[in-house]
Write a protein that binds this ligand. Structure first.
Ligand SMILES: Nc1ncnc2c1ncn2[C@@H]1O[C@H](COP(=O)(O)OP(=O)(O)O)[C@@H](O)[C@H]1O
Ligand SMILES: Cc1cn([C@H]2C[C@H](O)[C@@H](COP(=O)(O)OP(=O)(O)O)O2)c(=O)[nH]c1=O
Length: 212
């Protein structure tokens, strides 16, 4: 892998990720680097097709996990790894932490199976390590606040229409993942006005020497 930078945005639905993506992308471009903005599930024609299925069709948790990891495999090989090898910044709306949070936490699916799929999909040729983000922003917002924001905002998809209890488990899934890899995560207190949320994002970037 080259000297690229892999940044992901995570959090429960309604936590405010999309609201900050554009400013984040613009800020990163302002550092003079090329930015590839993408999302999961999705980011390639095949993965976007799989996204439609995952977001719309009923299926069990193993099928869901296999489809999000199949989408991820295509995305990693076609888009993410090549961009990082060119030294670019990849800014991705969700990645594998979302699988551990939604399929693992929310749906209660076997974390060991998810770890196996993660190893298969994120193995890097000729390297012992897995491809992982360099930095993951975790927009942390109480599920009841996220639900209030979403109720005012949009028609729910298959995940957004889940119960408050589901999102409490998703949030716990994110918390567990963040505990397991504390150096990679920046927890953002998303229960703040937008400008205060942005201040936290920007100061984390500067603290890590990105754009300094
Ligand atoms: N800091 C904030 N305070 C109040 N409302 C917000 C804030 N950030 C985002 N919103 C609103 O909450 C809703 C969900 O935000 P969004 O960015 O779409 O979340 P996500 O992409 O994480 O699902 C949107 O209607 C958005 O305008
Ligand atoms: C990446 C990923 C997303 N998801 C879910 C979380 C979201 O509810 C949904 C799509 O995410 P998102 O792009 O945040 O939705 P929106 O465009 O509506 O803001 O997919 C999983 O369940 N597992 C995964 O591995």
């Amino acid at each position: 892998m080259g000297t690229g930078l892999f940044i992901t945005l995570e959090g429960i639905d309604g936590a405010g990720k999309s609201s900050h993506l554009e400013s984040l992308e613009a800020w990163l471009r302002g550092t003079g680097r090329t930015v590839v903005r993408t999302r999961e599930p999705g980011g390639t024609p095949l993965a976007e097709t799989l996204r439609e299925l995952v977001l719309q069709k009923p299926m069990d948790a193993l099928t869901e996990s296999l489809l999000v990891f199949a989408a991820r495999r295509d995305h990693v090989t076609q888009v993410i790894a090549p961009a990082l090898a060119r030294g670019e910044i990849v800014l991705c709306d969700r990645f594998t932490d979302a699988t551990f949070a939604y399929q693992g936490g929310g749906r209660g699916f076997d974390l060991e199976v998810l770890q196996t799929l993660e190893r298969w999909v994120q193995a890097q040729s000729q390297e012992a390590t897995l491809l992982q983000p360099d930095l993951s922003f975790w927009f942390d917002l109480p599920p009841e606040v996220a639900a209030q924001r979403l109720a005012a905002a949009r028609v729910p998809d298959r995940f957004e229409s889940q119960s408050a209890e589901f999102f409490r488990r998703v949030a716990e899934g994110y918390a567990a993942r963040a505990r397991g890899d504390a150096a990679r995560f920046e927890r953002i207190d998303a229960n703040q006005p937008r400008d205060q949320v942005w201040v936290q994002v920007e100061s984390a970037l500067r603290r890590r020497g990105i754009g300094a």
